[in-house]
Design a protein around this ligand. Structure first.
Ligand SMILES: *Cc1c(COP(=O)(O)O)cnc(C)c1O
Length: 366
């Protein structure tokens, strides 16, 4: 611990908590990186040092995801939202349709952007339930003109997640994993393309990881699109086609090394399940004082959402939580309620403290 620095219990939805060890390492290396007499911020992206950093970070990400062969990593700017547009720009051929699983507001945004690029429509939707349930994808069979199926594996705003994924045969499955990448073990081979803005489970804002299967690249380069939007160009240049967000990539590398030291995804998943259970237990045993928004079967371990009696009570909860050292517990402005985002870097200690605070608040206000 840095002398005199008190860390908040940070439940921000994104940008989100980073491990203290990662921040301290970055601080140590900030002014002079790797004995070079200059900061990484001042270095050429064509230097050997940055080239190596770029390569090592890509390799480490594939290693942690367990897909070393047949996939590659691209580092891009523009956030996950830019991928809403770039997925159809690269993968949606003229006579084909992009089909979207709707499970929350980010998935709706992804579909809206695809419609601006070409033909796209919903394949299944959980909207009728107010996003408290996920659509059933078992046995789903998209038409043969489907360019790809897009799914949001974890719904950050609503607090739900998919646990099983459809087998689509040769149709590529594209996943927005921004809020759950590296948080749980998934059968990665199911996915043809995965993207994730870094600012939830991978590091700071500024870089987005796109992980795609090699065979998709042929499709990307077949289309006439600007180079700067083209996945194949990023792949060809190992993401050094133009200046990448070097410092954000460096922070991601520290974050990935940290994840590996924690025991990788297997260990992180176990800890994440334990952390979320601490909060869901308080919600479920409160006799309705706290009310979970999502049906139990679909609950997310990353984003725990709940409501209280009325907005007045919810506001009081947020106010008091802030006075007690908690950050980021107000629900998304579009849905209200409360949300605790407990990404990989959020400690068990922080979740225990929040569970205790919730019990105490209930005792005083229930
Ligand atoms: C946060 C988030 C986004 C938006 O990310 P930006 O990097 O801000 O564009 C998209 N999808 C999901 C699932 C998210 O959690």
């Amino acid at each position: 611990m840095i002398e005199g620095t008190k860390r908040a219990y940070n439940f921000n939805p994104g940008p989100a908590a980073l491990p203290l060890e990662v921040l301290e390492q970055a601080q140590k290396e900030f002014v002079s990186y790797a004995g070079q007499g200059m900061s990484l911020l001042e270095m050429s992206h064509r230097s050997k040092t940055v080239e190596r950093l770029n390569e090592e970070t890509q390799e480490l990400l594939l290693e942690l995801l367990g897909i070393r062969a047949g996939y590659r990593v691209l580092f891009m700017g523009g956030g996950a939202s830019m991928q809403f547009a770039l997925v159809p720009t690269n993968l949606l051929a003229e006579n084909k349709v992009g089909r979207y699983v709707l499970s929350g507001s980010f998935s709706e945004k992804a579909l809206a952007e695809a419609k601006a690029v070409g033909a796209a429509e919903a394949l299944a939707s959980g909207k009728d339930s107010g996003w408290s349930r996920l659509p059933d994808l078992a046995g789903i069979a998209p038409k043969s003109d489907t360019a790809y199926v897009h799914i949001t594996t974890n719904n950050t705003i609503e607090g739900s997640r998919f646990s099983t994924f459809p087998d689509l045969g040769t149709i590529p499955l594209v996943a927005d994993m921004t809020s759950d990448i590296l948080s749980r073990e998934l059968d990665m081979k199911r996915f043809a393309l995965i993207y994730a803005g870094a600012q939830k489970n991978l590091g700071p804002a500024g870089v987005t990881a796109v992980i795609l299967r090699d065979d998709l690249l042929a499709q990307c380069s077949a289309r006439s699109i600007p180079t700067i939007f083209n996945y194949a160009a990023y792949a060809q240049h190992r993401s050094l086609y133009n200046t990448p967000p070097v410092h954000a990539i460096y922070m991601m590398k520290l974050m990935l090394e940290w994840a590996k030291n924690q025991g990788g995804v297997t260990a992180l998943e176990k800890r994440n399940a334990y952390k979320a259970a601490l909060l869901y237990e308080v919600i479920d045993s409160s006799g309705g004082f706290y009310e979970g928004i999502v049906e139990k079967l679909f609950r997310s371990d990353m984003n725990v959402t709940w409501r209280m009696k009325d907005e007045e009570m919810e506001k009081r909860f947020v106010r008091e939580s802030e006075r007690n050292g908690f950050e980021g517990l107000a629900g998304h402005r579009s849905v209200g309620g409360l949300r605790a985002s407990a990404y990989n870097a959020v400690t068990v200690e922080a979740c225990k403290a929040l569970a205790d605070f919730m019990l105490d608040f209930e005792k005083r206000n229930g």
